[in-house]
Design a protein around this ligand. Sequence first.
Ligand code: IVH
Length: 668
Amino acid sequence: MSEKDIKARIEWLREVIERENHHYYVLNDPEIDDREYDRLLSELKTLEEQNPQYFDPASPTQRVGSDIVSSFEQRAHRYPMLSLANTYNAEDLSEFDARCRKELGEDVKYVCELKFDGTAISLTYDKGVLTQALTRGDGTVGDDVTANVKTIKSVPLKLKGSDYPDFFEMRGEVIMPHASFERLNSEREQIGEQPFANPRNAAAGTLKQQMSQVVAERGLDCFLYYIVGDNLPFVSHFDALTKCREWGFKVSEHMKRFGSMREVLEYIDFWDKERKKLPYDTDGMVIKVDDLPEQRRMGTTAKAPRWAVAYKFKAERVATRLESIDYQVGRTGAVTPVANLSPVRLAGTTVKRASLHNADQIAILDIRVGDMVYVEKGGEIIPKVVGVDLSQRPEESKPLVFIERCPVCGTPLVRPEGEARHYCPNSDGCRPQKVGKIIHFVSRGAMNIDGLGDEIIEMLYDKGLIEDYADLYSLRREQLAALDRMGERSSDLLVSAIEASRNAPFHKLLFALGIRFVGATTASKLADAFGSLDALAAASFEELLAVEEVGEKIAGSIIDFFKSQHNIELIAKLKEAGVQTSAAKKELRSDRLAGMTIVISGTFSRHSREEYKDMITAHGGKNGSSVSKNTTWLLAGDNMGPAKLKKAEQLGVEIIDEERFLETIGEE
Ligand code: IVH
């Protein structure tokens, strides 16, 4: 391809991919299938890597995020980010309506929108290109989270059409849809991380993630609901947002315009029920005066516009008796208090149990057994106890004392500093922890042993046939066939499934081991970096820290895991059983880079970054993700991250270019 053709092809690919992103993420109406999309994206990536002169920060390839750890710069908002006054009932809204009509006359029009329950964002567009994304912060100054926001596929990096203003800001809400939220929390629980309490916290926490790659994987979305700028060409809020939709913004289809507050109230009633069917959380509706000159006439207070209010939905809440409290112990030893309630109907289901969170929560609310408690289904899936009706407290009631010993094995509980949860530290001897580890070991993302459900594992454990996951490999088919509800055929299938799992790739085994804080992604990165269980077990704290995604908490947990005598024996058993404790060997082309850790940064002209990464391992070296004192070389291309360069200079790490690298490995 000629230089001109390459440029044209890159531009064409960018346009097609962004159009498809819009169809898929905004219009919910894909035009091409996933495979074709991946093919186009990978062609674009390759062309951009080979032709770094055409680098464009607004290219769809820039949505994948980077491994650069960023701390956020604070920047001032050009226009302050206000909040909204709240209303809670029809009466409050009538008052708002009366105020508006008094100031503006009788024929006020209102726009009614969903109030998205996420975290506010302000996007700057300069000549149709997204140049900056700031969080609300204190309303005057926010955090620059541009790299993270760019990974949200429904946020346009470049606008469609040409009639957009030269410079303006779009305000909206970054949300985490229920599906992404549930996936994220189950992944977090699997690796012993505290789950997020609700999608709002998850969205806010994700936006503040240090690595945009992680953000890209979490499935955020973004609705836009307000445009600000100087001399914008609109007279109506509704028309402005309709136009914004044409430029590519995700503006909710549920935005409606009404000529009276009566219609607004009907629409609110409709959504009060209907919202439960939405795939994301809303906590109310927002009512705005539609006419922009009228908005300006009403103006703002220091905190909020006077031309708009939020209407908050009531969370459904019922009162019922707290009968008793159970304490559950999870795989990681975390102890969760659970309330047993007199059964009560709430939002369409009968509730018998509800979450009590942790000891602090119980103390703050002074929850006691025998109390009438209020239960709510909020953004969370599991109902929770939110308060106590003190007027109905039985006279003889006593404050609740949180248990001090594990309810299962009796070991004294510990509460790590700075954590709200209690843990049973007896990880090698406490039944739910031991069984939980086996359940995790066989799960789909780990060794993927089909046919070994939780109940069968519990039976095998209780009958003393297995003590830990390594014992699975010595199970015989007669032992399985003797279990309740297990036939000959299913025992045969199960034995073969266990057998087959011996060949599971090393990174799956590493995840299956259940090392605290080591999720599937981290396990893959560790497998790439160390190649075998022995090498990982021998790694020092610093060597672990040099691996992508690994911070002090994870490194410490890995070191602890391999120190434990119990785990040393467990690993010996696994090896004996013949599971894969090292990565399939890629052929070593030389050992010219043996003992070296090399960090790659920037874009290259001779080979792609991925190719360079492969070359490093093929010649015996290790890939590092961030520059540290263990880094041998920083292999630098164009547009290298300034943070990496500075760090390398500070630490005296040698910076080399691709020519020098290729020369070293003898592949010029
Ligand atoms: S309008 C000046 N519209 O609710 C106009 N806000 O409680 C400012 N929110 O800070 C906001 N959905 O983060 C507006 N459709 C919507 C909204 C919305 C959610 C958030 C926003 C705001 C907060 C106020």
